[in-house]
Design a protein around this ligand. Sequence first.
Ligand SMILES: [Zn+2]
Length: 486
Amino acid sequence: MTHCQTPLRLFNTLSRSVEEFRPMASPKVRLYACGPTVYGRAHIGNFRTFLFVDLLRRVLVLFGFEPEHVMNYTDVDDKTIAAAKAASLPLREFTNQYIALFEEDLKTLRILPPDRRPRATDHIELMIALIEDLIRKGHAYVGEDGSVYFRIASFPDYGKLAHLDRRGLQPGARIAQDEYVKESVGDFALWKAWKAEDGGVGWASPWGKGRPGWHIECSAMSMHYLGQEFDIHCGGADLIFPHHENEIAQSCCATGKAFVRTWLHCSHVLVDGEKMSKSLGNVYSVADVLAKGYTGRHLRFLLLTASHYRQTLNFTWEGLAAAKAAVDRIDDWLARWRRLPPTRFAASAPEGEAFLASFCASLADDLNISDAVGRFFDFLRATNRAMDLGTLLPDLPSIWEIVDSVLGLGTVGPIEALRPPSAHPNAEAVILAGETPPLRVQELLARRAAARSRRDWKESDSLRKAIEEQGWTVRDTPEGQELRRR
Ligand SMILES: [Zn+2]
C-alpha cells in the first residue's frame, strides 16, 4: 500500500502546540494508551477515546510508521474491589467478565486490538520494584497509615503537563482530615495499605499487605513493555490531571529520563448537549446502540468522524441516523463500482492522486478526520458522476483500500454476488472460484485485465506473479481471468 508522504503533525499536550511527529527510532512508534477500569460496561464516551487511539494507530501506519500499541487493564482499584464485593465474586473472576465485554465491544466497533493488553494484577512485582526505587531515591516515603506516598516536593517539574500552579501543592498545606498521614496534601499513594473493606484483595510487599495505586500501574507497565522513554502516551483529557501528571512524576524520578515525548488527549462526549450521568439515563453502552438497530460500523463512523478529537463530541440519535446514512452511501458506492469491469479503472489517474494527497494532508494536520472524510465524500460524488457518464475512473479498488485503512468500515457482502461472471461475458470478466479475494488481489486483477487489453504481456506476467505472491493463481480463459486460491 502507498503511504502518505506528508510530515505528520500532532498536538502535544506537554508543549501545548502542534509539532511534527518524529519517533525516537523511526519507523517504530512505541505507543501506550490508558485502558479501562474493568468494573462495569464501558460507555460510548470511553469508546470515543479508544476510537481516537485506533485512528492514531491507523494513521501512523498510513504514514509509514510501525506502531507497537500497549493498553492496560486496570483490574484493581477502589471501584473494582467494591463492585466485586457487591457481586460476591473473587476480584479476578469479576473483572474477567468486563474484560470479555470490553473486547467484544472493541470487535463490534472494528477497533484494532492493541498488541499487548497487560493486566495490572499480573504486574504487581514490577510496581513494588518501582516503588522501592522511588523510596531509595528520596521521592517516596511510608506514611503514618502504612501506605507509601510520592513526595511531590521532590520533583520540581510536577504540574508541567497539566500546567498547574504548584503553590497550592506545597508541603505544609494540610487541609483535609484524611490527608494528615501525608507530608503534603498533593502527595499521592503509590501503595495502599490493606484495609478491612479490601477483603481478600491484597499482595505482600516490603510495607506489608496492600495494593498498588492506580498511577503506578501505568508507569510500571508502560515502561516495562515500551522502555523507560517512549514515543506516545494517550488517553482521555480527564486523565491529564492527576493520572498522567503523576505517571510523569513517578517515571521521571525513577529513571531520570523524559518518560514520554508526545502526550495526546481526546476530549469527552456529551449526549444531547448534556454530561452523561446515571440520573439522566443517558449513559449509553455499545449494546444500547445495537439494540436500537444500528451496527458497530454506524457508531464507529459517528464517534470517529463527527468532531476533531480535541473537541467535545455531542452524541444525538439524529447524529447516529446521519452517520448510518453516510455509511449507506459509501456501501452503495462500493457496490456500484464493484460491478464494473476492471477496464473501467485507470491505475494513475490524476483525480485519484489529487484526492489521496488531500486526504493525507487533512490527516497530517493533527488527525483532522472530519476534513479527510469531507474530501472523501467530494471524491465519492465525483466518481459517481463519472460512473453515470461512463468515463474512465481512477483506480478505485486501491484508493478505497487506503481510505478504509483509516475508516475501518471493511468490505460488505460477498464480491461474487456483486460481480457475477455472467454480467461480464467479455474477455475482461473475472471468474471467482471459491472464497472472496482480498482487495489487494482484486486490484492486481483489475490492473492485469487493463494490461492485457492493451496487449502489455510483460506487465500481465509480472502482475500474475504479484497475484501468486498473495496466495492466488490466475488463469486466462476465453471468458476472462479465472482466479483460484493457491
Ligand atoms: Zn493510565
